[in-house]
Design a protein around this ligand. Structure first.
Ligand SMILES: NC(=O)C1=CN([C@@H]2O[C@H](COP(=O)(O)OP(=O)(O)OC[C@H]3O[C@@H](n4cnc5c(N)ncnc54)[C@H](OP(=O)(O)O)[C@@H]3O)[C@@H](O)[C@H]2O)[C@@H](O)CC1
Ligand SMILES: Nc1ncnc2c1ncn2[C@@H]1O[C@H](COP(=O)(O)OP(=O)(O)O)[C@@H](O)[C@H]1O
Ligand SMILES: [K+]
Length: 500
């Protein structure tokens, strides 16, 4: 499991580090990593390092200081380096001196000879002829999008961008983008990932995130967020052992679909089948359709005569009327772990007395998209998706899985898992139904609900990627059935990662 730390946590750890290692030495360590990775980018793009040109975009703080020091190291490898200073009077003095001593030059962003946008001729030329650009505009102290001059320069960049610590213009805490922002090819960050590297647009704009060791390890507290690696998911995914039978691996009950929406039942039931070797029961009005597509599912017309299960997946396509309400009440009343999705969430929002049927000791997972989240009555999601998920998880004592390009899974005790997959192939109708079936199956196996959500989300997005892309990596739109068909391949891939 990889950790993610807030800027506040990183700063506090840095302060502890500075009691042992002087601040300038730490900055040079950080900058050295930036230089190393920039040299690598130059090699990949131009076939070499010496004789190439790098332009540094330098803001007013230590992020700019890192860039300037990195420039001085690149100079020593024969790279032509120009620093474009966005705020010349406040540029990091030590870094500037180091760059000049190494033979680099610095120009003001705004002059001389500015064009109609205010960008000086030297600065414009430096940006346009660079083989790579280092973004040291702003780091942990960022607020809001890029300011106009920075935005204008970034707009002109034609070659790869290496961002120092984070892509400038992105909110470090939420990953939100409110205005112009850098889209980096590579981000070199220090000590550990920050939320913006794994959340929302920030994750996409970070490009490849490389974590440089600056000596913070022992000073970092418990991470604010966690990201599961493929190997974590593979190690946790349930597979049958020699002593197992169809019951011992957990029986999952799927209460989904209706005469109007039989497809939801087929998708949720099918994904449960693909997720585990344990038994899948289906209870609801789409029993015939489910049985036709998935003959291994034990079907019945109603949750009241479904037989014993170890967990329920409930909600997709059950409707928001009286029959849906009865289904949800019955499932809650069973005292089993429940993954409640789609219509169940709408029902809970409209009639909070449904919570009364819940056994307080049985875990509940809610899996809303933004609209369903709002229907729960805890306000809109807003830009801080982690805070929103935590708020609702604590309020209802549930594991809250907030869907989207970045999926956030919050436990009632505040732990948060993030799936930072950046591809959007799962954004297709019915793919949420597949996710519900996966989570239900993992809950039935006895897995911790928070981990079950993280594992299901990872396999879900990997399956979508496998379904969408060919061997050359070229993607094409998929439907939820195609995603579902790739679940076994995705499980195999994470298990392979765990075994190697
Ligand atoms: N401590 C250390 O030794 C180490 C620190 N490290 C490095 O320090 C970085 C943090 O540095 P930092 O705290 O100096 O601030 P930083 O992020 O450079 O911002 C500077 C100023 O920019 C401005 N600004 C704000 N928003 C803006 C926007 N949207 N667009 C444009 N400008 C904007 C705002 O100033 P304002 O103009 O508002 O007065 C702000 O004060 C960190 O990310 C890492 O790279 C590493 O070297 C490891 C060791
Ligand atoms: N832009 C996106 N990028 C990646 N995944 C997405 C994106 N939009 C939606 N998803 C994922 O697709 C699934 C859609 O679920 P949901 O909205 O419940 O759809 P449905 O109700 O049609 O099944 C969720 O797993 C969600 O996280
Ligand atoms: K930056």
């Amino acid at each position: 499991m990889r950790g993610v730390w807030t800027p506040e946590q990183i700063r506090a750890a840095e302060q502890r580090l500075f009691t042992r290692t002087p601040e300038p030495a730490v900055m040079r360590r950080a900058a050295h990593a930036v230089a190393r990775h920039t040299a690598q980018v130059l090699t990949e793009c131009t076939g070499g390092v010496a004789g190439r040109h790098v332009t540094l975009l330098v803001g007013a703080g230590n992020n700019g200081g890192d860039a300037l020091w990195a420039g001085s190291f690149l100079r020593k490898r024969g790279v032509g380096v120009t620093a474009v200073l966005l705020d010349a009077d406040r540029a990091h003095q030590g870094g500037l001196l180091a760059l000049r001593r190494a033979g680099g030059r610095a120009v003001r962003a705004e002059g001389p000879n500015p064009d109609t946008t205010g960008v000086g001729a030297e600065a414009a030329e430096a940006v346009q002829r660079a083989d790579a650009v280092v973004d040291g505009i702003v780091g942990l102290s960022a607020s809001g999008g890029l300011r106009p001059m920075a935005a204008e320069l970034v707009d002109r960049v034609l070659m790869p961008i290496v961002s120092v610590d984070l892509p400038s213009g992105v909110d470090p805490v939420t990953g939100a983008v409110d205005g112009p922002a850098v889209s980096a090819d590579v981000t070199v960050t220090f000590g550990g990932r920050k939320p913006c590297h794994v959340l929302g647009p920030g994750a996409v704009r970070s490009g490849d995130v490389l974590v440089a060791d600056i000596g913070l390890d022992g000073d970092l507290p418990e991470p604010e967020l966690h990201v599961l690696d493929a190997a974590d998911v593979g190690a946790a995914w349930p597979v049958p052992g020699p002593e197992d039978d169809k019951y011992s691996q957990g029986v999952v009950g799927v209460a989904a679909g209706s005469a109007t929406f039989p497809g939801a039942a087929v998708l949720a039931g099918g994904s449960a089948v693909r997720a585990t070797s344990g038994m899948v029961r289906y209870a609801g009005p789409a029993a015939d359709e489910v049985c036709r597509r998935w003959p291994e599912v034990v079907v019945t017309g109603s949750v009241t005569d479904a037989g014993r299960v170890q967990a329920w997946a409930v909600g997709p396509g059950i409707g928001t009327g009286a029959s849906g309400r009865d289904v949800l009440r019955h499932v809650f009343d069973s005292g089993r772990p429940v993954c409640a999705d789609a219509d169940s969430i709408t029902l809970l929002g409209a009639d909070p007395t449904l919570w009364d049927a819940r056994d307080p000791d049985a875990p509940v997972v809610l899996t809303p998209h933004d609209g369903e989240f709002e229907r729960l009555g805890a306000g809109p999601v807003g830009t801080d998706r982690v805070a929103a998920a935590r708020r609702v998880a604590a309020r209802f004592d549930v594991v809250l899985l907030l869907k989207g390009n970045t999926t956030v899974v919050a436990a009632p005790d505040g732990r948060v898992l993030v799936n930072d997959s950046q591809q959007a192939w799962p954004a297709t109708a019915g793919s949420g139904d597949v996710l519900t079936g996966l989570i239900g199956a993992l809950l039935a196996s006895g897995m911790d609900p928070w981990l079950a959500c993280g594992c299901a989300t990872r396999v879900h997005s990997d399956a979508a990627e496998l379904a969408a892309r060919d061997a050359d990596g070229v993607g094409a739109p998929i439907g939820a059935s195609a995603l579902l068909d790739q679940v076994p391949a995705a499980v195999r891939a994470v298990r392979r990662a765990a075994l190697t």
